[in-house]
Design a protein around this ligand. Structure first.
Ligand code: COA
Length: 283
């Protein structure tokens, strides 16, 4: 692996990144504003995600928030009021920059992503939460589609995002009432993989990140992309696409995982794919 120790740490005024053994902990970093997402934060997050995609110090991203919040949603001042006050073209740009990091980039990111929800998670914050591959929350965190409480709809792309994970009855209930709910309920609703006590949140997230870091990164990326694209297709298209994607994975995988797995299971009888990873180079 290329030496990257001297590389600057990406970030900005509103995002803080820490590296730890292949994990990039990406903090939305405006704790005094409960990490409300401003126009500046969109620019910083786009720069950070672009940089981390090519940074060897990052094998998996954990997206979280500094202080008491994951994020209190879109910044009413630094996004809504600020973008109302600029030209139509600048407003268009602010929305484009927000869409870029919150869903387009995250959803199809080259590296695996985990949202770690600590504290408040409101409105617009549901979009990056849902667009991360996996999510873990503090069971006592507070979630809410609070838009209705202040006269707007769950916009951006929040209404679309929640419909991919929540059932219609539950989604409409929270869209229409604006009622808050806790992390344990977020787990029941399918918004997160796990809800754990606050004092286990970081350790459990680290554990999960390490599992991902042990996988063949090429296969892991292809598997994530295959799932995300195939779910938009009908069965016929999905079957053709997945067959082709499987062949492409074998072709681009420098580790030759498929071949190694078969040799180790069928010929050497040294591992069982149902029970764990094949032995990778250097292990
Ligand atoms: N946009 C802009 N500023 C926000 C914000 C948001 N979404 N959420 C919090 N802030 C600011 C507050 O205005 C306050 O700023 P100030 O210190 O300059 O007055 C600061 O962050 C701290 O917020 P405060 O309300 O005092 O913190 P709290 O811990 O008592 O309450 C929340 C936290 C999240 C419950 C509350 O701030 C809140 O309801 N925020 C709005 C959540 C929301 O509806 N988001 C949806 C937007 S799409």
């Amino acid at each position: 692996m290329e030496a990257t120790q001297d590389k600057p740490i990406p970030g900005g005024n509103t995002v803080r990144v820490e590296f730890e053994d292949g994990i990039a902990w990406v903090h939305l970093d405006r704790p005094e504003k409960r990490n409300a997402m401003s126009m500046e934060m969109a620019r910083d997050m786009n720069a950070v995600l672009d940089a981390l995609e090519l940074d060897d110090r990052c094998g998996v991203i954990v997206l979280t928030g500094s202080g008491e919040a994951f994020s209190a949603g879109m910044d009413l001042q630094g996004f809504f009021r600020a973008s109302d006050a600029v030209s139509d073209v600048e407003r268009h740009r602010a929305y484009r920059e927000t869409r870029a990091w919150q869903w387009r980039t995250l959803m199809f990111y080259a590296k695996p992503t985990i949202a770690m929800v600590n504290g408040w998670c409101f409105g617009g914050a549901f979009t990056p939460l849902i667009c991360c591959d996996l999510a873990i929350t503090d069971e006592a965190a507070t979630f809410g589609l609070s838009e209705i409480n202040w006269g707007i709809i769950p916009g951006g792309v929040v209404s679309k995002a929640i419909s991919t994970l929540m059932g219609d009855r539950e989604a409409l209930y929270y869209v229409m009432t604006g009622e808050k709910f806790d992390g344990a309920r977020a787990k029941e609703l399918g918004l997160v993989n796990e809800a754990v006590p606050a004092d286990r949140l970081k350790a459990r997230t680290r554990e999960l990140a390490k599992v991902l870091l042990e996988k063949n990164p090429t296969t892991l990326r292809q598997a994530r992309m295959a799932y995300k694209y195939a779910r938009e297709m009908n069965w016929e298209l999905a079957a053709e696409y997945l067959t082709a994607k499987g062949d492409q994975t074998t072709f681009v995988d420098k580790e030759k995982g498929r071949e190694k797995g078969m040799v180790q299971f069928l010929d050497e009888k040294t591992y069982k794919p149902g029970l764990g990873n094949y032995k990778r180079e250097g292990e």
